[in-house]
Design a binder for this molecule. Structure first.
Ligand code: ADP
Length: 396
């Protein structure tokens, strides 16, 4: 038995989970928020107890050192050598990485070079990897890419209808995101249905603050709603999803916005927040949608955008065996699941109203006579990361 750390380093945050492997037991988890800002917050959950520390974390190194210090202080571990593997979530893997890999200097260099594709995330991911390699030199270091799962998409699905040279010159194509989550829930869906994953036509709906939808065929990603960046696809909490690119220039010109300012609007002021004008959180909108017209419009547009992808993917896959909901909205919102289900009734896909009364638990929510299964499967990216670490450790 050994301990594996799953790390998700953002630009100003670091989430961690320590798992006992191969038992797949979560020992401790927590996060550091507001890295680089005043009043950082460190949180650790261990043995049913929660520790919270407020202090400044000038950089990721300070955050990671605090985590390791607290691990020892709270006796999560006795010695750092107990941690034999660290798995890092990396946002952009480009076309270089189609699966998780053990990090060496070359891999680290490539992750840094891919920063153009994820300017906020990849530098933070690389920094996290470098610090852990230094502080835990004997632990294997593994990079798990958000984009890797989608590298199986056929070229007609990942290319944009732009001059082909932009693809060869600049890598202008669809990379997708949330790959680790889509991979995990597709594997679980097959297990729950007791069918080989390769035999299933699946549509996985990762609906959180960021949302993406994936069509899975032969156990592989066949198409996905996010694009060159995670701005594309369905309506999200504050991201626009798909927009006619000409409209972007039209608005920019009239509002006098720079490229950066316009991108900020598309990423941070649009989506549910932009339409509703009141909130980006689905819970807040659901609470008032019966009386607030803008809240209702935002929820309707969100569901509409999800339906467009489900419809498209059923045709692309030539049918569907199961549709799986995951992430914050997918796991918790019976309202959104009901609305999606109702729109599929005409095809014989039916959500059972009683089974749908579920939050954050694995469950089949379709009726027995439904033509496709509908499921809720809570995502677990940390476990998927720890499994990759374990597998690569055993292969070494
Ligand atoms: P991310 O990882 O992209 O930040 P999450 O998967 O954690 O997002 O999902 C967060 C979102 O889930 C929140 O913004 C909220 O809209 C939604 N959510 C959480 N709980 C509920 C609930 N009970 N009902 C509806 N929506 C919920």
């Amino acid at each position: 038995m050994s301990k594996t750390l799953a790390i998700n380093a953002g630009s100003s945050s670091l989430k961690f989970q320590l798992l006992e492997m191969p038992a797949e037991e979560v020992i401790a988890k927590g996060q550091v928020e507001r890295i680089g800002l005043d009043d950082g917050i460190f949180t650790l959950k261990f043995n049913g107890e929660k520790t919270e520390i407020t202090k400044d974390f000038p950089d990721h190194r300070a955050a990671i050192e605090e985590m390791l210090t607290q691990f020892k202080e709270k006796q999560v571990i006795n010695d750092l050598s107990e941690i034999t593997g660290v798995g890092h979530r990396v946002v952009a893997g480009g076309e270089w990485f189609n699966k998780s890999v053990v990090v060496d200097d070359e891999v680290l260099d490539k992750i840094k070079r891919l920063s153009a594709y994820a300017p906020l995330h990849n530098p933070a991911n690389a920094a996290g990897i470098e610090i852990f390699r230094e502080l835990l030199p004997n632990a294997i270091s593994v990079a798990v890419f958000d984009t890797a799962f989608h590298q199986t998409m056929p070229r007609e699905n990942y290319l944009y209808s732009l001059p082909y040279e932009y693809y060869t010159k600049y890598g202008a194509r669809k990379y997708g995101a949330h790959g680790t989550s889509h991979r995990y829930v597709s594997e679980r869906t097959a297990e729950i249905l007791d069918k080989p994953l390769e035999d299933l036509k699946l549509i996985t709906l990762h609906l959180g603050a960021g949302a993406s939808i994936t069509a899975i065929k032969d156990g592989k990603s066949f198409d996905t709603s996010m694009g060159f960046t995670p701005l594309a696809g369905v309506t999200m909490a504050t991201r626009s999803g798909d927009v006619d690119p000409s409209l972007v220039y039209y608005i920019q010109e009239r509002e006098g916005l720079s490229n950066e300012e316009m991108l900020y609007v598309l990423n941070n002021k649009s989506g549910l927040l932009g339409i509703s004008t009141i909130a980006s959180d689905m819970r807040d909108l659901e609470d008032v949608m019966d009386t607030n017209d803008h809240a209702k419009l935002a929820v309707d547009m969100f569901v509409d955008s999800v339906m467009r992808y489900i419809g498209q993917y059923i045709v692309e896959l030539g049918g569907v065996d199961a549709i799986t909901f995951t992430a914050g909205i997918g796991e918790n919102s019976d309202i959104v699941r009901r609305m999606v289900g109702e729109r599929l009734n005409f095809m014989g896909i039916k959500v059972d109203p009683e089974a749908n009364q579920v939050r954050g638990k694995e469950r089949i929510i379709s009726t027995d006579d439904s033509t496709a299964k509908v499921l809720v499967v809570p995502t677990n990216e940390e476990l998927e990361i720890a499994r990759d670490v374990e597998r690569l450790k055993n292969e070494q």
